[in-house]
Design a binder for this molecule. Sequence first.
Ligand SMILES: [Zn+2]
Length: 90
Amino acid sequence: MFVLKNKNQMDKAITRCRQIRPTVKFDCFGRYRVSGSKGGYYTVICRKDERGIKTVECTCRAGDRGIPCFHAASVLGLHIWLSKQRQATN
Ligand SMILES: [Zn+2]
């Protein structure tokens, strides 16, 4: 799990994501599954706590150690877009 602070921390992960082009599956809002570079799927969970701190969890090894991974990078665009849609309708 890592805290989402700024876009720069995701730079490397975004580059990897563009190279690998993983498949993203939508489970529900804040919960996605992303294909790994060696097959299989990892679950990515995006959350915002009551203090407004955004955290991203991924079930891969990097995510486990708190390193932003390309799985997280690949769902962030979608997640941010969905959050905006939700805010617009609330
Ligand atoms: Zn990951």
